[in-house]
Design a protein around this ligand. Structure first.
Ligand code: MSP
Length: 511
């Protein structure tokens, strides 16, 4: 059996989730639901990045403690993920005691081995990114991503990141699957062509107290990224007595896949692997950087710009499943994609109300009307039905290989093609007319359409769990498994089906 260990970034808890952060989490949920459906043993880790200046400042502004801030926003994340039907296995909090202890163990080990040293440092600090820059890195007096920076001079501790530059380049070159998509891999290799600085991994408590204390200097806390990145490994047992087997199983054997946004590729594809190399811990299997959900101005939707969409509002318009479907179908994982109500409504109307919804309502309606709601026995042979069967039986393989290459939009394209074929077939045979003259031929047509619906109810389940469950109920609850897709005619003759209300009502854009 294969194993699939997927992680999302740990989200900063200075504010509630927005569509950008929900996007990554929904994609992660969909991918892991597919793997579960394939029969893989699956683990999905998400969570909250709770330390650092941003949280300390937000809490101070609100007159509460940082932990109160974290507890409050963690609840907002958890309830949003619940409403968006996200099935995670671990919700990781970096304030957990066991995590802080392991962070300290790692720091102590690196310090004792001389991989961490102290030095006077002068540089430019970006509060919003929590990253230090050298003078040469600045672009027009701002960070390379355009954030404000302030000049800082202080003693700090450094991790000898530069020492691992060549080993990291070698690893990336030897493992073409380590960084996906390829454009990001090239970007990281390009970055590594420049000399790599050592990494400042401490913050003086005088400036920032909200963090994991350095075990070898009580006046400092750990740089938030050094603390947060370790979660992916501490979450599955790193350096925790009694959890060795678990760690081996998920970290060393399965290998983690980190799904992240492209703006945090350097921390994940450079800082993190060099930390692991220094600690003699195996590297993750893959880092996959997705693109951005763009706002009306075609910029990254972000809290700092204020132009964010609340995913839970979208849910009220098109339902959770409609939103999930849109994000998987219209955003090619890895690319940027614009978001607007127009795009969302069009997609839901075209694919779900028209294509899938129509197939379901027409088919179930005709079974009710001409066969008293009981699935009829296949009647006269029909080459069109044979063709649909062939097409359907090939679709699971297409879906599986798209998911394995982390291209879920392609999986949906394959499913939509099958639906198109089935609707075309229905148009051609016009069972609503045929039924008046030839019931056995009508039965064949409807059986084929019902089987397509059964296939689709399983194939789309990871994307739209609620609606597809509902469709399965209407089909008389056939077996819901990947194996059930290896055979045609999984529905039993005589089973009662139910048309019900439209599964996806047509939507009107709000005025
Ligand atoms: N706390 C760090 C991650 C630490 S992981 C050990 C962080 N948090 S974040 O809350 O600022 O961002 C989390 C993720 O949300 C990032 O991967 C980022 O790319 C993603 N997104 C934020 N806005 C986004 C869009 N508009 N579109 C898509 N994803 C975006 O960074």
């Amino acid at each position: 059996m294969s194993r699939f260990y997927l992680t999302t970034p740990l989200y900063y808890v200075n504010d509630k989730p927005h569509l950008g952060t929900a996007y990554c989490t929904i994609v992660a949920d969909v991918l892991s639901r597919y793997h579960r459906l394939f029969g893989d043993e699956t683990l999905l880790l998400t969570g909250a990045d709770e330390h650092g200046q941003k949280i300390q400042e937000t809490a101070a502004k609100r007159g509460i403690t940082p932990l109160e801030q974290c507890d409050e926003v963690v609840e907002l994340f958890k309830s949003a993920w619940k409403e968006l039907n996200i099935q995670y296995d671990i919700f990781f909090r970096t304030t957990a005691d066991f995590h802080k202890q392991v962070v300290q163990k790692c720091l102590q080990e690196l310090f004792e081995r001389g991989e961490i040293y102290s030095s006077e440092y002068e540089g430019w600090y970006s509060v919003s990114e929590e990253i230090f820059y050298m003078e040469k890195d600045l672009v027009e007096g701002k960070s390379p991503t355009g954030r404000d920076v302030v000049k800082i001079r202080e003693k700090n501790y450094f991790f000898k990141m530069s020492k691992y530059q060549q080993a990291l380049i070698d690893h990336i070159e030897k493992h073409p699957d380590f960084i996906w998509p390829e454009s990001r891999r090239n970007e990281v290799l390009g970055f590594l062509r420049q000399p790599l600085n050592d990494l400042c991994i401490s913050r003086p408590k005088a400036r920032l107290s909200w963090g994991v204390e350095l075990p070898f200097d009580k006046d400092y806390v750990t740089y938030v990224w050094f603390d947060a990145l370790l979660n992916y490994a501490t979450g599955v047992g790193l350096k925790q007595p009694g959890r060795e087997d678990e760690f081996k199983k998920w970290w060393s054997d399965a290998g983690a896949i980190h799904l992240i946004g492209k703006d945090i590729i350097t921390t994940h594809a450079v800082y993190w692997p060099t930390m692991l190399l220094a600690l003699n811990i195996p590297l993750p299997k893959r880092i996959f950087a997705h693109g951005w959900i763009l706002n009306k101005e075609m910029e990254k939707m972000s809290k700092s710009k204020g132009d964010v969409v609340n995913p839970l509002d979208m849910k009220d318009y098109v339902g959770v499943d409609g939103l999930r479907y849109f994000l998987i179908r219209d955003v090619h994982l890895g690319n940027d994609a614009p978001f607007s109500l127009d795009l969302l409504f069009n997609r839901v109307n075209n694919d779900l109300a028209n294509n899938l919804g129509n197939l379901a309502s027409r088919t179930l309606n005709l079974v009710e009307k001409f066969f008293s709601g009981a699935i009829p026995e296949v009647g006269s042979p029909d080459s069109g039905a044979d063709h649909i069967r062939e097409h359907a039986l090939m679709t699971p393989q297409k879906v599986q290989s798209a998911i394995e290459k982390m291209a879920p939009s392609q999986a949906l394209e394959a499913i939509v093609e099958l639906l198109n074929e089935a609707n075309k077939y229905l148009e051609e045979r016009a069972p609503w007319k045929l039924a008046k003259t030839d019931l056995p031929a009508t039965a064949t047509v409807l059986r084929a359409a019902l089987e397509v619906l059964r296939f689709v109810s399983i194939l789309l389940h990871p994307v739209m769990p609620t609606k597809m469950k509902e469709l399965q109920v209407r089909l008389g609850s056939p077996e819901m498994s990947w194996k059930a897709l290896s055979q045609w005619e999984g529905l039993k003759t005589g089973t009662l089906v139910k048309k019900g209300e439209p599964l996806f009502p047509r939507l009107e854009l709000p005025k």
